[in-house]
Design a protein around this ligand. Structure first.
Ligand code: FES
Length: 307
């Protein structure tokens, strides 16, 4: 049965409110933060007319985040002994530990990864997509569109502490871009093999591919960032009137295209970075033998393509 007093719906299916429905003129959407959350707040928590499996996505997101972030924490905090694998000249460095910094003042019980992880972690935690995901999956606030919320008043969104700190996302973006360049250098080192004669040559091993996939997905995730899109062209009304408007418009168009799939890049990059660490860790612990797909000797008689 369709309730005729609903005002939550957006798009073509919006049902206008019944004149008798709102008894409080302040109620509805668009009221100041902390006053009232709209009609969703009038329902019991979880109550809805939706007949689809609206709970499935928050549930899957919660499980995915628990597994992948749980692994990342294990690798970064408890697993500093196997952060890299060096064999035959190639160097596989776990992305959680890059750039690897271990100053003398760092106590031995603190993992070096913690000096670096603050930046990628801050970047992901403040990401617009992840914010939506963990607000829904872990805080249930809001839990889903057109579903009754846990509280009717007191919601301040990101206008007050602590969530106002989400606005630092842009600064984490700058740090993420720097780290990304370092990760590409790690891919270069992972593709650098040593010949028996002591020359460095190009080659591809399992770790090279794992690090390449991880860094590629991280690049797509970073380049599809909403803040980056805004920085490039989001704040101007007229590209042809702006300085370097043509190149900016082209760049903005590419970033906009990537931005449409930001959620996908967010998940693929998180999975790929965990997998790259897992692969390096398993090689380092001796549980798997690194596969070499294209040994340098295949490339030319002199021992490969020089790097
Ligand atoms: Fe997701 Fe910037 S919005 S990384």
């Amino acid at each position: 049965m369709i309730r005729r007093d609903r005002t939550w719906s957006s798009g073509a299916g919006t049902v206008p409110a019944s004149p008798a429905a709102p008894s409080n003129p302040a109620r509805g959407t668009g009221v100041p933060a902390g006053v009232h959350r709209g009609r969703g707040g009038e329902e019991k928590f979880g109550e809805t007319d939706r007949s689809d499996a609206w709970w499935l996505k928050p549930l899957l997101q919660a499980l995915g985040l628990l597994v992948l972030i749980g692994y990342a924490n294990y690798a970064a905090i408890l697993g500093p002994a196997h952060y890299q694998y060096v064999e035959g000249g190639r160097h596989y460095l776990s992305p959680f530990y890059s750039p690897y910094l271990k100053p003398a003042w760092l106590p031995t019980w603190i993992s070096p990864a913690l000096l670096i992880l603050i930046f990628p972690l801050g970047f992901r935690t403040t990401c617009y997509y992840y914010r939506k995901a963990y607000y829904r999956s872990f805080f249930a606030d809001p839990i889903a569109c057109a579903v009754g919320e846990p509280r009717a008043t007191g919601y301040r969104g990101e206008t007050k502490f602590p969530f106002i700190l989400q606005n630092v996302h842009r600064y984490f973006l700058y740090a993420a871009i720097v780290i990304l360049m370092i990760l590409w250098y790690d891919v270069f080192l992972a593709a650098r093999f040593l010949t028996p004669e002591g020359h460095h040559r190009f080659g591809i091993g399992g770790g090279t591919l794992a690090l390449l996939a991880s860094t590629t997905f991280l690049t797509l995730y970073t380049l599809s960032c909403h803040s980056l899109r805004h920085l490039i062209g989001g704040q101007i009304d007229c590209f042809s009137c702006a300085v370097a408007g043509g190149p900016r418009h082209k760049t903005w168009s590419v970033v906009s295209l990537l931005n449409q799939h930001h959620m996908g890049w967010a998940w693929w990059s998180l999975f790929a970075v965990c997998f790259a660490d897992f692969y390096v860790r398993m090689c380092s612990m001796g549980f798997i033998h690194d596969l070499v797909f294209f040994p340098f000797s295949l490339f030319n008689n002199a021992g490969g393509i020089g790097l």
